[in-house]
Write a new protein. Structure first.
Ligand SMILES: [Zn+2]
Ligand SMILES: [Zn+2]
Length: 228
């Protein structure tokens, strides 16, 4: 018997009549997902002290920018074509702030209160990091739970053991070993038509050797996984 065709990305209970239910909804009171980590990009993507230093450096010599706007090369005082290659090159080299993942014209930071901005970043970092440390602690506590009905309380929610933990089927304390079953390559439109998929996402099927519980997970960039 081949694996049932399941949805991608989430684990599901497969019902006897062939239907399926997302496992997080099976028990209304105990969540079977880990509490989510807060994205640190909320503070890592912000302007940095270095960006502000660069801004201050550029604005100390703001006449250069005025010259450049009028089509004068601030380095040579010679006339250059507005919008031409040299003009653009100077703009990029002299008036852009080169941030980690993007570059922007220095005027973007006009009017920003640098001290309070940086204070805000520090505060965000502290808040998010402290929260995430608690989440990691909660995840360790969840993984250490002994029985299926055990739970911890975090942020007002009950969290229990996920259905499968470290290859062991934990649901209803089955404790059977979960084995990898079939693997199915990406079946998106691009893949089936011309093989030009930019983000191939295959599906790995699993089954509990003891009770037959089946589920699947998505595997990105796994087109060649197991030679398929
Ligand atoms: Zn694809
Ligand atoms: Zn089982």
């Amino acid at each position: 018997m081949g694996p049932n065709r399941l949805g991608v990305g989430m684990q599901h209970y497969v019902l006897k009549d062939g239907g399926r239910v997302s496992w997080i909804n099976m028990d209304q009171s105990i969540l079977r997902q880990y509490p989510p980590i807060k994205d640190t990009r909320a503070y890592t993507d912000r302007y940095t002290q270095g960006d502000f230093e660069r801004y201050n450096e550029i604005t100390q010599n703001v006449e250069s920018f005025e010259k450049w706007k009028l089509g004068i090369n601030p380095r040579t005082n010679r006339k250059i074509k507005i919008g031409g290659w040299t003009h653009q090159q100077i703009e990029y080299e002299c008036f852009y702030i080169h941030h980690a993942r993007s570059s922007f014209l220095f005027t973007t930071l006009d009017g920003v209160d640098q001290d309070s901005y940086m204070d805000e970043t520090t505060e965000m970092k502290q808040t998010i990091d402290a929260y995430n440390a608690k989440v990691h602690e909660a995840i360790r506590a969840i993984n250490a739970l002994k029985r299926w009905e055990d739970y911890i309380v975090f942020d007002g929610n009950k969290y229990g053991i996920p259905p499968v933990l470290a290859n062991i089927h934990r649901e209803k304390d089955c404790m059977g070993v979960v084995a990898e079953m079939d693997y199915e390559s990406c079946r998106c439109h691009s893949c089936t038509d011309w093989g030009g998929c930019s983000n191939p996402t295959g599906t790995q099927y699993y089954a509990c050797e003891k009770c037959g519980y089946k589920y699947s997970t998505a595997r990105s960039f796994s087109k060649n996984y197991k030679g398929k």
